[in-house]
Structure formats: structure tokens, C-alpha cells
Design a protein around this ligand. Structure first.
Ligand SMILES: Cc1cc2nc3c(=O)[nH]c(=O)nc-3n(C[C@H](O)[C@H](O)[C@H](O)COP(=O)(O)O)c2cc1C
Length: 201
């Protein structure tokens, strides 16, 4: 698969199952993370991969519980809460989830060391997390594994940290759910090139 072919094949796949080689997936996740560029080579990304019982616990206990509490606070109906739980149970059916973090201590150290760039480091950290997320997504695509990207942070941060012993300096930025592709992605429309690109000579 060429790089562009990988980009074409990478889609948000929501119907995911458990029929994949987990070892291969985890190896791809690690390699994609290691090889991702970061500002000042800070390597500020941190990763928690959950599978098996931990995958079930994440989606059906932690995220479901935290969202139910939040939705109740906001006055959501029982029906809306039940629909949300059903959606979350769908994520639980996937093989695993990559929880993508940024190490805030690394960012603080850089801010102290390179005062001139202090304001840039949090921005570059966000860019870094986007890059690593996309590289993991691409590496999984190359293995024929589907994924979708979720953002239940910060609602779930404290309970996830408690359940999986996550250091206080790790800040959760996204959750990439992955597994076997059980149904293809929906069609996607692209805006016109004229709107997006300028080429100058
Ligand atoms: C930064 C970013 C945040 C996203 N957040 C979510 C999300 O919270 N939930 C979700 O279902 N999809 C999320 N997505 C997926 C996008 O909706 C999806 O990538 C887009 O519609 C294009 O579809 P495709 O991934 O199939 O190409 C996110 C994507 C990006 C790049």
C-alpha cells in the first residue's frame, strides 16, 4: 500500500468487531507512535491501549457511567441516556481502544528551558497529538484494521486514570477505537479543490 493508498483507505469505521490479530495491532500502534515527529523531538505523546476486559470496562462501565451522570446533571431524558449507552456498547464491541495522551510535564519542562517559545509548546503538543493519532490510524489501516476517533475527555479522565493507573501528568486527548471492519464507511463528500488550494509560481 502506498502512503496515498493508506490515506484513501483510512476512514471512520463505526461497525467494529474483535476479529483481528491483537499483537500485530499493538506492534503497529507502538511503531507509529515512536516514528511520529514532535516539536523539539519532545516525544510528549503517551499511549494506553485497552483490550479484552479493559475494553469492556472502559466503554460499558467508565464512559457509560460518567456520561450517564453528566447527562442526568444536564437534565437529559432516560431515553437519551439509553441511546447513548447503546452507542457506547457499540464501541465496546471493538477489539480495543488507543487512549492518546500528552505528557504535561514534558511540555512544562520545555517551556522552562526555552522561554522564548513558551506559548508555542501547548500548541505544538496539540499538533503532535493530531500527528500521532493520524499515524496510528494509518498504521492500523495498513493492517486491514478499522478505527474511529472519539473524544469523551475530559468527562472520563479521572475515572480512566483511576482504573488504569494513569500518571497525573498525562492529559487525555482522544480515544481511537479499533477492530475488525464489520461494515464499510459511509460515503464522504469532498469540497472543491478551488476552495482549498492555491498554487503559486
Ligand atoms: C480532530 C478530529 C476529531 C474528531 N472527533 C470525532 C469524535 O469525537 N467522534 C467521532 O465520531 N468522530 C470524530 N472524528 C471523525 C470525523 O468526523 C471524520 O474523520 C470525518 O467526518 C471524515 O470521515 P472519515 O474519517 O471517514 O474520512 C474526528 C476527526 C478528527 C480529525
Amino acid at each position: 500500500m502506498t502512503f496515498i493508498e493508506t490515506l484513501k483507505n483510512r476512514r471512520s469505521i463505526y461497525a467494529l468487531g474483535k476479529n483481528i490479530d491483537g499483537e500485530k495491532a499493538i506492534a503497529a500502534i507502538k511503531e507509529a507512535t515512536r516514528l511520529s515527529p514532535t516539536a523539539f523531538n519532545s516525544q510528549s505523546g503517551r499511549i494506553l491501549v485497552v483490550t479484552e476486559d479493559a475494553q469492556d470496562k472502559l466503554w460499558n462501565s467508565i464512559v457509560a457511567g460518567d456520561l450517564e451522570a453528566t447527562m442526568k446533571e444536564q437534565g437529559a431524558t432516560e431515553e437519551a441516556i439509553a441511546n447513548t449507552k447503546e452507542k457506547l456498547a457499540g464501541f465496546g464491541k471493538a477489539y480495543g481502544t488507543v487512549l492518546i495522551y500528552e505528557d504535561q510535564d514534558t511540555i512544562k519542562d520545555l517551556q522552562e528551558k526555552f522561554d522564548f517559545y513558551a506559548e508555542n509548546f501547548p500548541v505544538w503538543s496539540e499538533q503532535g497529538t493530531g500527528i500521532v493519532t493520524m499515524n496510528i490510524w494509518g498504521a492500523l489501516t495498513e493492517e486491514g484494521i478499522g478505527a474511529n476517533l472519539q473524544h469523551y475527555n475530559p468527562v472520563i479522565d479521572a475515572d480512566v486514570a483511576k482504573a488504569f493507573d494513569i500518571p497525573a501528568n498525562w492529559k487525555l486527548r482522544g480515544q481511537l477505537v479499533f477492530g475488525s471492519i464489520e461494515a464499510p464507511a459511509a460515503d464522504k463528500e469532498f469540497i472543491s479543490d478551488d476552495v482549498r488550494f492555491k498554487v503559486a509560481k
